[in-house]
Write a protein that binds this ligand. Structure first.
Ligand code: ADP
Ligand code: MG
Length: 587
């Protein structure tokens, strides 16, 4: 007796189904994509019991002819490609011709479809992959697909499905992701007969994102000969960000994908803009000629291959970077007003929770928003018209923190080092933005700084780079000879400070290489300015007089972002009087 048997077609099909249809959300995704491929402008999705009992997708697309309806559920039946070459130029979501055949295999399925030009539509009913009924129906333009009792043919698999709520959440996530990329289609979603989403058609992606996620986004764009990039992102210091879970969705030719290069480009673009540890909400759309990429890598088509990953990196990085730097424009005024009202609302709510959270940052944003045109905390220029705040210095704590009572009767603990660092950083950046160079100042007597063997070698290697940053360095035996320093420092650093600056700049230069990041000069400038700012600022554990403290606090409040240092750490801790009274038990 041979041990090997050949599996029958139905078993083979059911095993293979797992690759395409994993759970109810896979069905929704495939049907929704088919509807979009069919040119629908209105799509309704109805789900019962997390999609386990029923999934219905109704579209007003081009529909199918009688013959096509009979064919569409056959294996490898597709109208989207004709030969293997076509998959390299395909722009539709589907092209494998396996979705409907697979779903039919693992459910009870009904498809009603008709075309404008025909007087009748047709209905096809299948069970366990086999045709049960085929009849004429009244005229209908478009397609309705009903999928009942998913996986009833594979009970073992059915058992692996999770709760209705879990499965619906998965479905909802897919619908949201696909809806972002198809804002010109009106999409309605019902769960157990209750309307859950109603996304009106719009020609603005911003509006669609607002509709789906409640986020106010800014737009940026960048076009090169290969890639046409559009990005949408939330203000890195926007309050909403802290309230909702972060979204980062990437699309290539409107297809949702995952890609680490794009994630990396976002991290780089937002470096020094977003508080550390906070991920900005970003939506990236890349249009790329299909021939340059290969979308056929992943069974669920989530990954895209491209010969040179820089194809993705620069368009994303540049579009974000320039949008972040140019800031808000008139068209974005509206969303900004919304941010303000959100802040005001949050402040009005008298729950102790909101009082204790974020109030300082909220007030700051509200104040700045009402006075200035500053959507981002990007330290580009220090504003001339910002006035010193109304405050009183109480003293110094632990030789490290300046204690301040502000006009709102809050107690502020300001980190003296990072406060000065923030101010110096913006001052340096401001100057660099104006002149695009870092001027140097010659030291009357060159200073010698001792260097380790390693540093000596690197200083020689990067001499030219150092001169771009205003330093004239050379090596002499075991020491580094400093002849010129950047003028913007405003003072001559001592030996120790100089030594630290040089080592840290070297670290920055080398670090970029270790990370494998492309050679982004601008990014390097920011990092090096941060180092210079850090090293020229008053250290922690330094006793200060009142006038010095006042200078530091005054300067801090002229900066664009007094709340986080260039490294992303907080500068100020606020205790509101309410909080203090509450803790003491007076309230
Ligand atoms: P694919 O989308 O990869 O071609 P499917 O199995 O999803 O494979 O669909 C098979 C074919 O059925 C499609 O190529 C298309 O011609 C037709 N079809 C499927 N859904 C629809 C729809 N909603 N409207 C019109 N035609 C459809
Ligand atoms: Mg399809």
């Amino acid at each position: 007796m041979p041990k090997i048997i050949l599996l029958d077609d139905s078993t083979i099909a059911k095993i293979a189904a797992g690759e395409v249809i994993e759970r109810p959300c896979s069905v929704v995704k495939e049907l929704l994509e088919n509807a979009i491929d069919a040119g629908a402008t209105e799509i309704t999705i109805k789900v019962k019991e997390g999609g386990k009992k029923q999934i219905t997708v109704i579209d007003n697309g081009e529909g199918m002819e009688k013959e096509d309806l009979l064919l569409c559920v056959k294996k490898h039946a597709t109208s989207k490609i004709k030969n293997v070459e076509d998959i390299f130029s395909v722009l539709s979501y589907g092209f494998r011709g396996e979705a409907l055949a697979t779903i039919a295999e693992v459910s009870k399925m009904e498809i009603i479809s008709g075309q404008e030009k025909n007087d009748v539509a047709y209905k096809l009913v299948l069970e366990d992959g086999k045709q049960k009924e085929f009849l004429a129906e009244q005229k209908y333009k478009g397609t309705i697909v009903n999928v009942y009792n998913l996986f009833y043919t594979i009970p073992a698999r059915q058992k692996f499905l999770k709760s209705d709520a879990y499965e619906f959440k998965k479905i909802a996530d897919w619908i949201k992701a696909i809806s972002v990329a198809n804002s010109s289609i009106a999409i309605k979603v019902y769960n157990n007969d209750k309307l859950i989403f109603d996304f009106a058609k719009t020609d603005s992606v911003e509006t669609r994102i607002k509709n789906i996620f409640g986020l106010n986004v800014f737009a940026g764009a960048c076009k090169d000969p290969i890639v046409d990039a559009k990005v949408y992102f939330t203000n890195p210091t926007d309050l909403q960000e802290s309230m909702s879970e972060t979204k980062q969705l990437f699309y290539i030719n409107n297809r949702l994908i995952q890609n680490r290069t794009i994630s990396f480009a976002i991290i780089k673009a937002f470096e020094f803009k977003a508080p550390k540890g906070k991920k900005p909400n970003v939506f990236v759309f890349l249009n790329i000629p299909p021939k340059v990429i290969d979308i056929n890598v992943h069974p669920q088509k989530l990954e895209v291959r491209v010969r040179d990953e820089n194809t993705f990196f620069y368009p994303v990085y540049n579009s974000l970077k320039s949008a972040l730097e140019s800031g808000i424009n008139a068209k974005q005024e509206e969303s900004r007003t919304k941010i303000i009202s959100l802040v005001e609302d949050a402040m009005k709510r008298d729950s102790s929770e909101t009082l204790f959270r974020n109030t300082l940052q909220e007030r700051f944003i509200a104040e700045k928003q009402s006075k200035l045109d500053l959507p981002f905390s990007s330290p580009v220029s220090t504003t001339a018209d910002s006035k010193p705040k109304d405050y009183k210095i109480i003293g110094q704590f632990d030789n490290t923190f300046i204690l301040v009572e502000d006009k709102n009767k809050s107690l502020l603990l300001i980190d003296q080092h990072v406060a000065e660092e923030r101010y110096n950083f913006e001052r340096f950046q401001n100057e660099f933005d104006k002149t695009k160079t870092i001027n140097s100042q010659e030291l009357i007597v060159p200073m010698s700084v001792d260097g380790s063997n390693e540093n000596l070698e690197l200083v020689e290697k990067h001499k030219n780079l150092f001169s771009q940053f205003g330093f004239d360095l050379s090596t002499l035996k075991d020491s580094i000879l400093v002849r010129k320093i950047p003028t913007m420092l405003g003072k001559i650093p001592d030996r120790q400070e100089l030594k630290e600056m040089i080592s840290e700049i070297l670290l920055n230069i080398e670090d970029e290489k270790i990370l494998g990041a492309p050679n982004i000069v601008e990014n390097k400038v920011t990092k090096i300015l941060t180092t210079l700012a850090c090293k020229t600022s008053i250290k922690a554990d330094t006793s200060l007089g009142f006038s010095e403290m006042k200078r530091i606090v005054d300067n801090l409040f002229t900066t664009k972002n007094p709340y986080t240092c260039p490294h992303g750490r907080p500068i100020i801790i606020e205790l509101t009087n309410k909080e203090i009274y509450h803790k003491i038990g007076r309230m």
